[in-house]
Design a protein around this ligand. Structure first.
Ligand code: DGI
Ligand code: FE
Ligand code: FE
Ligand code: FE
Length: 190
């Protein structure tokens, strides 16, 4: 897509150095997974590039921006507004970066919690976000990176289970969407 260099330049100014490097890692990993699973490379590219563009805002600012733009905010998101960077990111992709492809907007919207009935691009972005080369803190990354290129559904499920276990261990509030996404993926894989 011809807009990619321009969007990269803009994001480099707006995001901190770590987040920008992560963004490039997710962008390239989305494309690698798109090659493996036969998905449109340009669409995978844009989804990865724009997925965290709303990470430039602090939580209270993010919450206010969502309210101002009539983006529906759940009770869970009000408690933990950082979850909103996914929905606000999709809004920005549409209104600021002029992306109108519903598959790209869906993938950005659900990249943090997942959702039941995820599409191929939803899964590609969800998995790429976790396995991208710069990511180092997540559990069992080596195995997950390999699995991602063997079976995308199984990789998705493993990542969801691992995030749920982590959230439970820290006593974090769990968004019902995160639970629903994982339950649905258990059905898909079994
Ligand atoms: O934005 P990134 O850091 O690249 O990744 P992300 O958008 O997937 O966000 C990951 C974080 O979101 C991770 O620390 C776990 C957290 N998360 C995922 N589901 C839930 C959640 N946090 C809460 N409180 N509740 C959830 O259901
Ligand atoms: Fe994110
Ligand atoms: Fe994620
Ligand atoms: Fe991310």
């Amino acid at each position: 897509d011809s807009r990619v260099p321009e969007i990269r330049k803009h994001l480099k100014k707006k995001l901190d150095a770590y987040r920008y490097e992560h963004t490039l890692g997710v962008e390239f990993t989305c494309q690698a997974l798109a090659m493996r699973y036969g998905y449109d490379l340009d669409k995978a590219d844009l989804a990865g590039l724009l997925h965290d563009s709303a990470k430039r805002f602090e939580d209270p600012v993010m919450l206010q921006k969502c309210l101002d733009r009539n983006i529906p905010v759940t009770a869970e998101e009000e408690r933990d507004p950082s979850l909103l960077h996914a929905k606000l990111g999709a809004w920005m992709a549409e209104h600021k970066y002029e992306v109108d492809d519903p598959e790209i907007l869906s993938a950005i919207t659900c990249h943090t919690t997942g959702k039941p009935g995820m599409s191929l691009l939803d899964k590609i972005l969800y998995v790429a976000d976790y396995i991208e080369p710069r990511r180092s803190k997540a559990a069992n990354l080596t195995a997950m990176r390999k699995l991602a290129f063997i079976d995308l559904d199984e990789a998705c499920l493993e990542i969801m289970e691992s995030i749920l276990a982590y959230l439970k261990s820290t006593g974090c509030q769990i968004d019902p969407m995160t639970e629903a996404a994982c339950e649905d993926m258990r059905r898909v894989v079994s």
